[in-house]
Each structure stands twice: as C-alpha cells, then as structure tokens.
Design a protein around this ligand. Structure first.
Ligand SMILES: Nc1ncnc2c1ncn2[C@@H]1O[C@H](COP(=O)(O)OP(=O)(O)OP(=O)(O)O)[C@@H](O)[C@H]1O
Length: 221
C-alpha cells in the first residue's frame, strides 16, 4: 500500500536547512495497524504529512497504491489523496460555521459527487458514528468526543484505503479517547489501513506494529 525509499525532507531554517526526515525506508501493507511514536520534534507529523501527500520531499521515492507519487503532478497527487487517504487530527479541524452534516459532506462536494448520493453517504457514516441525531449541530454545540466522531465520519465518507490519525485522542478525556480508539480499530478490522501518531504509550502499544522515530530517522521499521 505504502512504500517509501530513501526519502529525505529538509525545511528551511534561517540561513540553513533542517533535516526533518532522514533516509526513510518504510513499507506498510494494506490492512496494517501501525503506530508512530517518538519524542516531540522527531518528525512524526512531517512523515504523516508525506504519507498523506500534504507536503513534498526533496529526494527519494514514495509509492502509494502502486502509484509513483514522486513523479506525479500536484493535481494527480491531490486526486490520489482524495481517493485513498482520510485524515484525523487532534484538533478535529472541522469548519465552525458548517453543521456536522455539511462538514462530512465537504469531501464529497470537492469530489463532485451528486447531491442525492452525497445525502445517502453522509447519512450512512453519521449513523455508523452514532451522530445522526446531531447532524444539524455546529461544532461549537458538540463535545470533544462528538467532534472527533464527526471528523471520523468526514474521513471515511470517501471510503479511503488509509486513515492517518495525528494524536486522535490528544484532546479527549479518557472515556472519549477509548471510544474513539475503538471506532478507529473497528475501521481497521473492516480492512482500512490505520496509521496513528501518538505520544500515549497505551494507545501506541495497541497497534500491531510500532514504529519509532528519533531525530528524523526511523528506529525500528
Ligand atoms: N513547516 C515547517 N517549517 C520548518 N520547520 C518545521 C516545519 N514543520 C516542522 N518543522 C520542524 O521539523 C522537525 C519535525 O517536526 P514534526 O512536527 O514533524 O515533529 P513531531 O515528531 O510530529 O513533533 P510533535 O510530537 O511535537 O508534534 C521539528 O524540528 C520542527 O521544528
């Protein structure tokens, strides 16, 4: 599903450059459940952004679902991202002035899915997340756990093959965090590849495979 070979990423940093990803070699198979851990600043979010095609790297190769993303135009990369990747963030990243329903519908609007099909798909995923009763609430009217369930509905409405979750339980109390973890693991049981960045060892250890980063490099991939 995911294959990186000798990927390096530098960020501009004043007059010099910061070597944020150092010779990353990584293979993740379809249906895997992987956690990515490591100290603050070690490069976890940078790597997740590369996997999700949100940012570009300077050298190396990255194959996603057998597509050579390093050779593709920004437009093709965006299409591949929409087809394959669902994102979940610590801060939920919902649009405040849109209802839960409208937030979940947004990726389908961007993919030009017809309105009646959109209606069906959004209703189905909100139901799966037990959020149908709150479909017309705005984010400010929802709890943290509910916000994350809406965000998961938004991530899965396009039926992605990979979910990338950056500290998905970081802003939640213990019970809500546990519920969200179960929801994500259920999606993985249904075949979605799940990659979770976390500082929480208890969450990280639940993954079938644990990857550690230190100072921009993978330690045990
Ligand atoms: N847009 C950017 N421009 C310049 N430097 C950046 C940028 N984003 C991240 N960095 C730097 O790259 C390194 C890796 O950052 P990254 O956010 O990937 O780490 P992380 O492991 O996810 O950290 P945390 O656990 O604190 O979220 C850090 O030194 C950070 O300061």
């Amino acid at each position: 599903m995911i294959r990186m070979q000798a990927v390096n990423k530098w960020y501009p940093s004043g007059d010099t450059k910061l070597h944020a990803l150092k010779n990353i070699n990584l293979e993740i198979h379809s249906g895997d459940y992987v956690s990515l851990m490591g100290p603050s600043g070690s490069g976890k979010s940078t790597l997740l952004n590369m996997i999700g095609l949100l940012d570009v790297f300077e050298d190396g190769e990255y194959w996603l679902a057998q597509h050579p993303t390093h050779e593709l135009s920004e437009e093709s990369r965006a299409r591949l991202r929409r087809e394959h990747i669902g994102f979940i963030f610590q801060s939920f990243q919902l649009i405040p002035r849109l209802t839960a329903f409208e937030n979940v519908a947004l990726p389908l609007v961007l993919s030009e899915v017809p309105s009646h099909e959109r209606q069906q798909k959004v209703t189905s995923v909100l139901k799966q997340m037990d959020m149908l009763a709150r479909a017309h609430h705005r984010p400010s009217q929802l709890s943290g756990g509910q916000l994350q369930r809406v965000a998961i509905a938004r991530a899965i409405v396009t039926e992605p093959s990979v979910i990338l979750a950056d500290e998905p339980t970081g802003n939640l109390d213990q019970q809500s965090g546990h519920d969200i973890t179960e929801l994500l693991e259920n999606l993985n049981r249904r075949g979605i590849t799940l990659i979770v960045v976390t500082h929480d060892p208890a969450l990280g250890q639940r993954a079938r495979r644990q990857i550690r980063m230190i100072d921009g490099a993978l330690v045990n991939s």
